[in-house]
Design a protein around this ligand. Structure first.
Ligand code: SAH
Length: 197
């Protein structure tokens, strides 16, 4: 990760601390530390480590304390955020994935607040958040999520169609508008609506 431009020592340490092996099925164990996305069932994937590192680094630049993740999946990204000492809230639409992710948080002794819901609505009761990370791609940034940022807060999300997504970071300005930067080309599974068991 360092050779590929990740240089926030806090992020590198957190990634070193959280065993990715525990977030995948045992048949994939030999590939746990490859820098690739891997299937986690239900048609979903655990993100590529470089993408997790880059998103986390982009989020840490604003020194957040309280963060929301949309798309818990395996729980790996949330665990990395918790290992950084952040107050982590995460929402997942597939109940079965969330049940397994919660077991992993318990096994690792990490405190992560989670709920089974459509994360496009955010988590208004627990907001506002210093930073919001979306780990599934949508055609555009979701307004409900922007509305749950503190002033100066950042939202990091993959935006665009399946074959050409960009990782985008927006920051709320004092006048209420948003500054937007494109961080990297990425590939994420789609942000879908509703929930499934
Ligand atoms: N952050 C995850 C990556 C999981 S892939 C990890 O570290 O493993 C993206 C996840 O987003 C999938 O689990 C998918 O079910 C979930 N997802 C897609 N649309 C969603 C929505 N509207 N609300 C919540 N989760 C969603």
């Amino acid at each position: 990760l360092r050779a590929n431009g990740i240089n926030d020592e806090r992020v590198l340490n957190a990634i070193r601390t959280v065993p990715r092996l525990l977030f995948i099925h045992e048949v994939l164990a030999p590939r746990a530390y490859e820098d690739t996305a891997l299937p986690i069932g239900q048609g979903q994937t655990i993100s590529q480590p470089w993408v997790v590192a880059r998103m986390t680094e982009a989020l840490m630049e604003s020194e957040p304390r309280k963060v929301l993740e949309v798309g818990t999946g395996s729980g790996y990204q949330a665990a990395v955020l918790a290992a950084l000492g952040l107050e982590v809230h995460t929402v997942e639409r597939i109940g079965e994935l969330l049940r397994v992710a919660r077991k992993r948080f318990r096994t690792l002794g990490l405190t992560v607040r989670s709920k089974h819901d459509d994360g496009r609505a955010g988590w208004p009761e627990n907001g506002p958040f210093d930073a919001i990370l979306v780990t599934a791609a949508a055609p555009a940034l979701v307004d409900e999520l922007k509305a749950q940022l503190v002033p100066g807060g950042v939202l990091i999300a993959p935006v665009g169609p399946a074959n050409s997504q960009s990782l985008v970071r927006i920051r709320q300005r004092a006048d209420g508008g948003f500054d937007e930067e494109v961080l990297a080309p990425v590939v994420f599974v789609p942000l879908l609506s509703g929930t499934v068991d």
